[in-house]
Each structure stands twice: as structure tokens, then as C-alpha cells.
Design a protein around this ligand. Structure first.
Ligand code: BGC
Length: 742
């Protein structure tokens, strides 16, 4: 008995001792042993050779530099085989500090999920968290410790190719999604199926002038705080371990060397304890910006501003030691950056086992897990937006005799993954990705005959295939067309000045429509496109984005009603590029146009309507939803009070469906002008036919607040309009309330 007691006391003593021996202490102990070169090495990140995600830099000394402890992290090293090989080199270094492997795992790893903008259209936070979880599980099983995601840049400009990576134009929706995605990627850091998240690109990258990638950003402080920063804060609140700089300059100062962003806001006001990685070469690019003279000044600007890790600029490695020697920067500045990175390596458990994530058996099992594909299919179906469905042409009957499937996307495989797909070595994606043709074949029974014609390419002016396509359409009962952008027409460095349907695709749509057959059009793209003729003349349109591994099956699920579409647009679709930037939550001018025809000395175009082609939050279903009985628990509140809002939502159609109910507010008068309408909450509700549910929202001070002229987050007394909508332009219920002075 006594012996047991003594042992347990010893044990308790041991546990508390090891608890005291916290990660910080371990980091400090290690730091004490490091030379300045080894410290700077930890701040240095190189690309491997598996994939190039930026301008390639050839470095024949990479391997020997790892052995000397001069590299802290690598990107673009994929799979347990290669990560293990590099880690073995790191284990030959003096202090055996493990390498961190980062990767752009943006929408799936081997199992590809819909592009982030598509997933955002699902408005399904659980689905997005799950998609990130599975992505993390596969990546972590494949040796990756860290994903450069989520991208949380708000963008109101569909010319910018990178809109495909984010959650669209709305700050509230994007903030909720950022939170869900970080939770999904990180799970519990250090678990075998978790990767560190890297929220990017800090900050305001999505506001690049003219929608041209890497371009400057010029915006007011208030716009920055109110519209562009909240998704970052939300991701950090969810525990995001790291953050990445953006390429742009913000009001004349490159984000990578921007003290205001990194020191004052991120590491100051927000007390961020993780680390900041530069974007690819963005430290060196400060020279091209004309912000610094050379690589040495660039290194100085970046480290003093608060950028901890140098991705592919080689600026830290070549200059930091000299800057310390010259007393331009203190060693403490470098130590702080090293500590931040080292802490994460400890938290991931890499010092206990540097090969923890490089287990080939586990990799095989996880990246081929059929359950992942099942979930990818479900998420893909949830991401498809039904834009039009005249006379309920959709869903199609599974007994349709002859279906013609026409268009350049029909038989594509890999293209369905879209931009920022991980290209694993030795994987035949043309087998692994379900084409839309296969999806249809999998769906229809023996009695349905499927006909195919390509018609045309995505780009170019060749119409030679039109005749065959028309002849094929003539033989069918229904025609489905699959058109859109090529996989690499949206993405990084893929800005477009013309976002109309490319090539002769819309001409093909016209030719097929002229046959008089019922036509369904599927539009595959990474951004909102302009397709006015199709929108006005084709009875049924599905916006299918790029949906990933199970694209074909998910599309077939929706076409035949096995999944009732429930997605809503996370970005406004313009009528023409001339309307860009276009977004739903704009201010009112002093001369608002009373209606769509007013052009006389009002804020309007004389050659185009102000309204979008499809508004933010829009998307149809195969069923209908009725909104009724709006109630507010109070119509006058003080600052610390809340209003309970309720209403009845009924599925008045024939099939089960999900509706995204959207709560919008408008602050009628503000000390700075408030948007005409702003999303403040939403819920996705599933209802059986005939079923009614009471939906509740709560209005609190937070929902009424905004940044005033002095950047104080305040709620001003006054009148507010409350709107419950099925989209930002389809408001079903309205009320008003007053916030009065204390
Ligand atoms: C992109 C980042 C990406 C990085 C690494 C850059 O060009 O802007 O989003 O994470 O490359 O691939």
C-alpha cells in the first residue's frame, strides 16, 4: 500500500514536472543551442520539385543546405516517400530540427472536393468543415503538416481569377466559412489527421485594382476593417496556426513589409501567437514594387514588419545575419520568429517523431478511402446552384428515352478538379475523376440511350462540330449541354477582362436551342461568368462550378432529382463586365435610381441596368418555400437587449428540400453611410413536402454594430429595417425596429 502511495506521489511529481516543462521551455532550451545561421535557417522555406506553384527557383544545394540546418520548411514535397527522404536529410543536421512540409491543399488532396467558391455556395458550414477535415486527413497521411488554406479574401470582382479560392463577396458569410474551414483542417493540432491551417492572404488581396492579379490595393481604413479583415479575425478565433502575406501593396505599402497589418493589427491588437509566412517570393518582390532597393532592404522591411518565414525569396538566408551584425536588427527579432515556428513543430509532435506523418501504409489507406469520395459527392451536389428551371424541366425523368449530352466539358475528367488541385505523382486522374458523361451513364437505366457530341472547344472560333451537335440534339428527347471555362481559366494569375462564356460556346447553345428540344445547360467555371443569352433563353440552367472527384455523379444526382438543389450564390453575377465591381451590400448614393429604367441624372448607366443578372444569395430548388408570420419579440430595444425574431417556413412543394433563409438588416441613418442591405445571419433548413418549421434568429448589439469614422465598433441609436429573404433581392418578410438611447 505504502509502495503504491509513494509511486503515485512520484508519478504526480513527474507529471507536474513534465507539465511545467512546457513547449515554451523546450523551445527556449533549443534556441540556446542554435547558431545564428541555424536560427535563420528555420525562417527559410524552399519549394520541392513535385509541383511548382510559383516562379521556379533552381537550387542544386537544397539537400546539403537541409543537412546543414539551413532550411526550416518546404512546400511542394508530396507523399510519404518524398517527405520522409527530405526529413531524413534534416535528421542529419546538427540539431536534428525536423522540417515542416507545407502545401496548397485547397479543395481536397487526392479526393478532390468542389473549389472553395463552389462549396461556399452550399452555405452548409458542417459540410465545409467536413470537407476540410477529410482533406486534412488525406494530406496529413501523406506527410503534409500544413495547408496554405483557407483563403479568406473577400472579392467583389469576378475578373480576379482567385475568386475561385475564397468564399465570395460577403464578409459575414465568408467569416463563418473561414471559421468552419480552420476547424476542419486543424481538428486537434498534433492529431494524426490534422494539418495546420494558414489563413491567407493578409490582407485585402481580393480588392486588386481592376481585378488584375498581384495589383495594388487602395482602400479606406474603414473598408479594410469592416469588409476585408473580419474573415481573418474569424479564422484566428478558430485557432488558425499560421497566416500568409498577400502580394499586393495596401495603400502604398506592400503587405509583406506592412507594419500596420502585421505588428499593429495581427501581432498587436489581435495578439496572434502563430507565425507569418510570406507569399511565394513576396519579400523579394518588394524590390519590384519599388518599396526597397535590394534583397537586403527587403529582408529588413519584412522581418521588422513581422513576417516570420521567407517562402522562396532567399532574402532572409542571405541578409539577416549581416543585418544583425550591423546592428540594424536585434537578434531578439529573429529569436521571436524562430520561436513561433519552433512552437508549431513541437505542437505537431515532430520533435518526438519527425516521421509521424510519413507512414506509407496509412497513406495508402487514407488516400483511397471510399468514404471520402462519398462525402465529396454529397458536398458537390450541395454546391450546384439551380439558376433557372422554367416549367420544371428539371429534374429529368430516369425513363427519358434519349438524352443528348453536348459540349466540350462532357467527357472531361481531370478538368472537373479545377485550379489548385493537388497533382499527386503517379496518379491517373483521368481514371480517378468521374466525368459528367460517366455520371450520367451511372445514373440512367438500360432503357435510356445517351448520345454525345462535343460541338466545340472551350475556346477558339471553330464551329465545325456544330452540325454534328445539332444532328445529335435532333435525335434526343432532351439535351443537356456542358460548357464553361477550362480548368485553368480561373485561379492564380488567371485574371480575365472578358468573363463572357469563352469561345463559340454560347453560339453552340443558340444552335442547339434552335432545334426546339428542351435544353438544360450546365456551366462549369471558377468565377461568375456572363451568359445573358443563355440565361434569357434556355429553360434550365445549373451552375456547376468545378466539383472535384465526383463531379459527374453529383451532377447526375441533381439532374435526376436524387438531390434537390439547395445552393445559393456567394457572389453577385453581373450582366456585363462594365458593372464590376458589383456587390449586393453597396451604399445608397444621393441620387439613387428609382427603378431599372431611370437614367436621368441618377446613379445609373445609360446603356445597362444597375441590377445584377443573378443576385447574391440566389438559388432555386425543385420545391417552393413559403415564408409567413414574422414576429419580433420587441420593436424597441436598448443596447444591451436582444430581439427574438421568428417566422414560419413551409415547404409548399412536392419534394423534400433545403432552404437557406437569410436575415438582412439595414441601418437607416448612420454617422457613416450604411449599406442598403447586409447579411447578418442565415440558416439552412431541411423540410419535407408540406412541412412547416418555426425559424428563430436573435438580433443583438453585435449585429447592429459597425466601424465609425474613428474605427470604433459601435451600434448607433436609430431605426433599422429587418428583412428575411430567400436571396438578397428576394425579400419575403419585412419589419423594422428601433435601437434607442440608454
Ligand atoms: C500563392 C499562394 C500559395 C503559394 C504557395 C503563391 O503564388 O499566392 O496562395 O500558397 O504560392 O504555393
Amino acid at each position: 500500500m505504502k509502495k503504491i502511495l509513494v509511486t503515485s506521489l512520484l508519478l504526480i511529481g513527474f507529471v507536474s514536472f513534465s507539465q511545467q516543462n512546457t513547449i515554451d521551455q523546450k523551445v527556449d532550451a533549443l534556441l540556446n543551442k542554435m547558431t545564428i545561421e541555424e536560427k535563420i535557417g528555420q525562417l527559410n522555406q524552399y519549394s520541392g520539385d513535385n509541383q511548382a506553384t510559383g516562379p521556379i527557383t533552381i537550387n542544386p544545394n537544397k539537400e546539403s543546405e537541409i543537412k546543414q540546418g539551413l532550411i526550416g520548411s518546404m512546400l511542394n514535397v508530396l507523399g510519404t516517400k518524398y517527405t520522409r527522404q527530405y526529413q531524413e536529410l534534416a535528421m542529419q543536421s546538427r540539431l536534428k530540427i525536423p522540417l515542416l512540409f507545407g502545401q496548397d491543399v485547397i479543395h481536397g488532396y487526392k479526393t478532390s472536393f468542389p473549389i472553395p467558391l463552389a462549396e461556399a455556395a452550399s452555405w452548409d458550414l458542417d459540410a465545409m468543415e467536413l470537407s476540410a477535415r477529410i482533406t486534412a486527413t488525406e494530406a496529413a497521411a501523406s506527410g503534409i503538416h500544413w495547408t496554405f488554406a483557407p483563403m479568406v479574401d473577400i472579392s467583389r470582382d469576378p475578373r480576379w481569377g482567385r475568386v475561385m479560392e475564397g468564399a465570395g463577396e460577403d464578409t459575414y458569410l465568408a467569416s463563418r466559412i473561414a471559421y468552419a474551414r480552420v476547424k476542419g483542417f486543424q481538428g486537434k493540432l498534433g492529431d494524426l489527421n490534422s494539418v495546420m491551417a494558414c489563413v491567407k492572404h493578409f490582407a485585402a488581396y481580393g480588392a486588386a485594382i481592376g481585378g488584375r492579379d498581384y495589383n495594388s490595393v487602395d482602400m479606406s481604413e474603414r473598408m479594410l476593417w469592416e469588409t476585408y479583415l473580419p474573415p481573418f479575425k474569424s479564422a484566428l478565433d478558430a485557432g488558425a496556426a499560421t497566416i500568409m502575406n498577400s502580394f499586393n501593396d495596401l495603400n502604398g505599402v506592400p503587405a509583406t513589409g506592412n507594419k500596420y497589418l502585421l505588428r499593429d493589427i495581427l501581432k498587436g491588437k489581435w495578439d496572434f501567437q502563430g507565425f507569418v509566412v510570406s507569399d511565394w517570393g513576396s519579400i523579394g518582390e518588394m524590390v519590384a514594387h519599388g518599396y526597397v532597393k535590394d534583397s537586403k532592404e527587403a529582408a529588413f522591411a519584412a522581418i521588422t514588419a513581422g513576417t516570420d518565414m521567407d517562402m522562396e525569396s532567399n532574402a532572409y538566408r542571405h541578409n539577416l545575419a549581416q543585418l544583425v551584425k550591423e546592428n540594424q536588427i536585434s537578434i531578439e527579432l529573429i529569436d521571436d520568429a524562430v520561436k513561433r515556428i519552433m512552437r508549431k513543430k513541437f505542437e505537431l509532435g515532430l520533435f518526438d517523431d519527425p516521421y509521424k506523418y510519413s507512414n506509407a501504409k496509412r497513406e495508402q489507406k487514407e488516400i483511397n478511402n471510399p468514404e471520402h469520395r462519398k462525402i465529396s459527392r454529397e458536398v458537390a451536389a450541395k454546391s450546384i446552384v439551380l439558376l433557372k428551371n422554367k416549367n420544371s424541366l428539371l429534374p429529368l425523368s430516369k425513363n427519358t428515352k434519349k438524352i443528348a449530352f453536348i459540349g466540350p466539358m462532357v467527357k472531361e475528367h481531370k478538368a472537373n478538379m479545377g485550379f489548385w488541385a493537388v497533382d499527386l505523382p503517379n496518379i491517373d486522374y483521368d481514371k480517378g475523376i468521374v466525368s459528367q458523361w460517366q455520371g450520367l451513364q451511372n445514373k440512367v437505366g438500360k432503357n435510356t440511350e445517351l448520345l454525345y457530341a462535343k460541338g466545340c472547344e472551350v475556346e477558339g472560333y471553330n464551329k465545325q462540330g456544330f452540325a454534328e451537335a445539332v444532328a445529335t440534339a435532333m435525335k434526343a428527347d432532351v439535351v443537356i449541354m456542358s460548357i464553361g471555362e477550362r480548368w485553368n481559366m480561373s485561379g492564380e494569375a488567371k485574371s480575365r477582362s472578358n468573363i463572357h462564356l469563352p469561345g463559340v460556346q454560347e453560339d453552340l447553345v443558340k444552335a442547339i436551342q434552335a432545334t426546339g428540344k428542351p435544353v438544360v445547360v450546365l456551366i462549369n467555371a471558377g468565377r461568375p461568368l456572363v451568359f445573358n443569352w443563355t440565361a434569357d433563353n434556355i429553360p434550365s440552367i445549373l451552375y456547376t462550378w468545378w466539383l472535384g472527384s465526383e463531379a459527374g455523379n453529383a451532377i447526375a444526382d441533381v439532374l435526376f432529382g436524387d438531390y434537390n438543389p439547395s445552393a445559393k450564390l456567394p457572389m453577385t453575377f453581373p450582366r456585363d463586365e462594365g458593372q464590376i465591381p458589383i456587390y449586393y451590400n453597396h451604399f445608397s448614393t444621393g441620387r439613387p435610381a428609382a427603378d431599372e429604367t431611370a437614367t436621368h441624372y441618377v446613379s445609373a448607366y445609360i446603356d445597362l441596368k444597375n441590377s445584377p443578372k443573378y443576385p447574391f444569395g440566389f438559388g432555386l430548388s425543385y420545391t417552393q418555400f413559403d415564408y409567413a408570420a414574422l414576429k419580433l419579440s420587441k420593436t424597441k430595444i436598448k443596447e444591451n437587449e436582444t430581439i427574438e425574431v421568428s417566422f414560419e417556413l413551409k415547404n409548399s412543394g412536392e419534394v423534400m428540400g433545403e432552404e437557406v433563409v437569410q436575415l438582412y438588416l439595414h441601418d437607416q441613418v448612420g454617422s457613416v453611410i450604411r449599406p442598403v442591405i447586409e447579411l447578418k445571419d442565415f440558416q439552412k433548413i431541411k423540410l419535407n413536402p408540406g412541412e412547416t418549421k418555426t425559424i428563430y434568429f436573435t438580433i443583438d448589439r453585435e449585429k447592429l454594430s459597425f466601424y465609425d469614422k474613428d474605427l470604433n465598433w459601435i451600434a448607433e441609436p436609430g431605426d433599422f429595417d429587418l428583412m428575411i429573404g430567400s436571396s438578397s433581392k428576394d425579400i419575403r418578410l419585412r419589419s423594422a425596429f428601433e435601437l434607442f438611447k440608454k
